[in-house]
Write a protein that binds this ligand. Sequence first.
Ligand SMILES: [Zn+2]
Length: 111
Amino acid sequence: MKIAWWKWLPFQRWRIVGEAESADEVPDRLPRNGVALVRDTNRVKWIVFNCPCRTGHRIMLNTDAARKPNWSLNEVKPLTISPSIDFQGANRRCHYFIRNGRIVWAKDTYR
Ligand SMILES: [Zn+2]
């Protein structure tokens, strides 16, 4: 997966920075606020990014409506995804919305 140099520029909202054919092709390091799409020719399969809590864990959202849970890419520019993303780890819960290219943290997030 190739990421254009200008996608690494700072102070950008959440946005798509590249596409890959499989999740393995998405590099560990992504531009800040950058999202990769894993897709085949007709459709997006996964939305992949590093969690905005910045602890370095990766989020993979299934977009296949036949499987649950699934998410929708409502808008690409500015990026809007629904429903909310709710990651629950051992000591943390990262719960937020991505709306209009920004993160809106839910109140039940804790770290
Ligand atoms: Zn997180």
